[in-house]
Design a protein around this ligand. Structure first.
Ligand code: SF4
Length: 194
């Protein structure tokens, strides 16, 4: 299937429309030559409204970790942004609800099949880790063992401002993991690390 046709299909998806608190608005970025794939959780309310993925404080931190400019990050032929749930799932009693479970089984294989095989996949959060590295343990265990998942996958904690406590408790992440991440990301997007 042509990538453009797949994107039209994704954007028209209503698989779980009756379980969302709003009209579906899938937020995905995809180009046929993207060798960097970021599999996060699901859009938040702000991203649902703007339609721009990672258009929030978490996204700014993520781009800083990756060492990418906004222009690079939002170039679909450099970076594919494929959350576990493409639509904002709504709010629960303690923050946003989990990504809709229907979404990744319905779409991920078809979306990822469009991308080059020699890609680096960044996994963010428990749902992405659970699908792609099911034996890696919880988020802290999976991020702590980040070298074991290379060269195909790199696991990150969530870059949310609410995660500052985790970053303070695990200073090795910004000291060791982030510089290695930047080097690998620069290589897959085809430039010298900045
Ligand atoms: S969350 Fe995924 S499966 Fe559900 S309507 Fe949106 S695109 Fe479709």
């Amino acid at each position: 299937m042509r990538l453009d046709d797949l994107l039209v299909e994704v954007r028209a998806c209503r698989i779980c429309a009756d379980r969302l608190p709003h009209e579906p608005r899938p937020v995905v970025q995809l180009g046929g030559s993207a060798r960097l794939v970021i599999i996060g959780q699901a859009p938040g309310r702000r991203v649902h409204e703007s339609g721009v993925p990672w258009d929030d404080p978490s996204g700014r931190t993520l781009r800083a970790w990756l060492g990418l400019t906004d222009g690079e990050f939002y170039d679909p032929d450099l970076v594919a942004l494929v959350p576990m749930g493409f639509c904002y799932p709504g709010k629960g009693s303690s923050g946003d609800l989990p990504p809709r479970t229907e979404c990744a089984p319905a779409w991920h294989d078809r979306v990822l099949d469009q991308l080059p095989d020699d890609r680096l996949t960044i996994l963010i959060g428990a749902y992405a880790i659970g699908r792609y590295l099911p034996d890696a343990g919880n988020v802290t265990e999976a991020v702590g063992a980040w070298r074991e998942h290379l060269p195909s996958h790199l696991v990150l904690p969530h870059p949310s401002p609410r995660n500052q406590g985790w970053l303070r408790r695990n200073p090795w992440f910004e000291a060791d993991t982030v510089p290695d991440l930047r080097r690998r990301v620069a290589e897959v997007v085809g430039r010298t690390p900045g």
